[in-house]
Design a protein around this ligand. Structure first.
Ligand code: ZN
Length: 363
C-alpha cells in the first residue's frame, strides 16, 4: 500500500497577514512578484498589499482578475510574464482568482502563493486548478505538479466576507471526514495519488470536531463583524484541515451526489458547500450510518443555515424523473462514487435523497 499526502509547503494563518505578504514573498529571494487580484480586494486592500511589498523592497505588479478562469486568460498572463522579472505568482481573492494563479504557476513553472479572502471551500490548499470556458462552462481539471508553495489566510479579511460564504465552507468541510472514512473502508486511491494515511484521516476528524464545536459560534461572530477565536478555528477547518483531508483522505458519495445535483438548474443558486452539506446527509443515509451521527450532522447544518431538505435545496417541486437524472449523474464512473466501500446504483442514491429529505423534514 502506498500512502501519499499532498500539502502546501507552508500554511500561514492569522490576523493582518495581508500586510505581511511582502515579507513572506521576499523569502523566496526573487526579483519581482506578480499578483492576480479580485477587483473587490484590489479596490479595498490593494494599497495594503502594495505597501507591504514596498516595505520589503520587492517590486510587485498587481493585475485585476477579469473575465473567466479560462485557459485563454491563463495563457495571456503566462505570455505577459515572459521576459519579465517576476519570479513568483500570487493569487489574492476567491476561488477563480486562486485557480487562475495556480494554472499560471503550472504553465510558467513559477512558485505560487495563494491568499484566500473567503473560506467558502477547501480548494486553496489543493494541487488542482478548475478551468472554465470563456462563457463559464466547466472546461477541464488541471492538475498541478505539487500543492501551492504557500497559503496565507488573513482571518481579519475572511471574517469581513459575507457570512453565507463561511457557512458554505463549513458545508464543504462537513463532508471531509465522512468521505475520508468511506475511502479508508474501501481502500480507495485519493486525489493525492495513493491510499489515505493516519495523518490525513486525523485531520479530517479534527475538521469535523472543530465544525461541531465552533461552527455556530463562528457564524454568529462573523455576522457581528468579529474575527473571534471561533472564526480562527473555522478558517483553519475550512481551508487547511478540510483541504488536506479531502485531497489526501479522499472524496466519496457526498461529492459524487453534489456533482449529480449540478445537473438540476434549480440548484444553481446554491453554493458548492451548500450542496455538499445536503449531499453529506444523503451519504449517511446510503451508508445506514448510526442515528446519532445523522442527527449530529443535520443539527449542525441547521445551526449554520445549511440546507437539510429538498425544499431548502430549491427542489421542493422536482419531478421524480429529474431527480433520477441527478442520481444517475452521481454514479458517473469517472466520479468519486466508486470510492464507496460498496456498489452504489442510481436507485440507491435516489432512495437515499428521499430518505434524507423525509427524515429532516420531520415526517
Ligand atoms: Zn468540495
Amino acid at each position: 500500500m502506498t500512502q501519499i499526502i499532498c500539502s502546501p509547503a507552508k500554511y500561514i494563518q492569522g490576523k493582518g497577514e495581508l500586510k505581511r505578504l511582502g515579507a513572506y514573498c521576499a523569502a523566496f529571494e526573487v526579483h519581482g512578484a506578480y499578483a492576480i487580484v479580485d477587483p473587490f480586494v484590489l479596490a479595498n486592500y490593494g494599497e495594503d498589499v502594495t505597501g507591504s511589498f514596498t516595505a520589503s523592497g520587492l517590486p510587485l505588479v498587481q493585475r485585476e482578475f477579469a473575465g473567466e478562469c479560462s485557459m485563454l486568460q491563463v495563457q495571456q498572463i503566462v505570455d505577459e510574464l515572459q521576459g519579465g522579472t517576476a519570479g513568483i505568482i500570487l493569487g489574492i481573492g476567491g476561488g477563480k482568482t486562486l485557480d487562475t494563479a495556480k494554472a499560471v504557476s503550472r504553465l510558467s513553472g513559477l512558485p505560487v502563493v495563494i491568499v484566500p479572502t473567503v473560506a467558502s471551500s477547501d480548494a486553496p490548499c489543493s494541487a488542482l486548478s478548475v478551468l472554465y470556458t470563456e462563457d463559464g462552462k466547466l472546461d477541464r481539471y488541471l492538475p498541478l505538479l505539487h500543492s501551492p508553495d504557500m497559503v496565507v489566510a488573513d482571518v481579519d479579511i475572511i471574517a469581513k466576507a459575507p457570512p453565507r460564504l463561511l457557512a458554505a465552507g463549513m458545508g464543504d468541510a462537513l463532508s471531509t471526514y465522512f468521505e475520508a472514512r468511506a475511502c479508508r473502508r474501501s481502500g480507495a486511491v485519493t486525489h493525492a495519488g495513493g491510499n489515505g494515511s493516519i495523518a490525513a484521516y486525523t485531520m479530517a476528524r479534527a475538521c469535523l470536531d472543530t465544525l461541531l464545536h465552533d461552527g455556530a459560534q463562528a457564524l454568529a461572530d462573523v455576522r457581528a463583524g468579529e474575527a473571534s477565536e471561533a472564526v480562527e478555528h473555522i478558517v483553519e477547518a475550512n481551508i487547511y484541515l478540510s483541504g488536506i483531508g479531502f485531497e489526501s483522505g479522499g472524496l466519496a458519495a457526498a461529492h459524487a451526489i453534489h456533482n449529480g445535483l449540478t445537473v438540476l438548474p434549480e440548484c444553481r443558486q446554491l453554493l458548492h458547500g451548500e450542496k455538499v452539506a445536503f449531499a453529506t446527509l444523503v451519504q449517511l443515509e446510503l451508508e445506514g450510518a448510526p442515528e446519532f451521527e445523522i442527527e449530529e450532522a443535520a443539527s449542525f447544518c441547521r445551526s449554520v443555515d445549511l440546507p437539510v431538505t429538498l425544499e431548502a435545496m430549491g427542489l421542493a417541486a422536482v419531478e421524480p424523473e429529474r431527480l433520477m437524472l441527478a442520481a444517475v449523474a452521481a454514479c458517473d464512473p469517472d466520479g468519486p462514487m466508486g470510492n464507496m466501500p460498496f456498489a452504489v446504483a442510481p436507485e440507491d442514491v435516489y432512495s437515499a435523497i428521499i430518505a434524507a429529505d423525509r427524515r429532516h423534514r420531520g415526517n
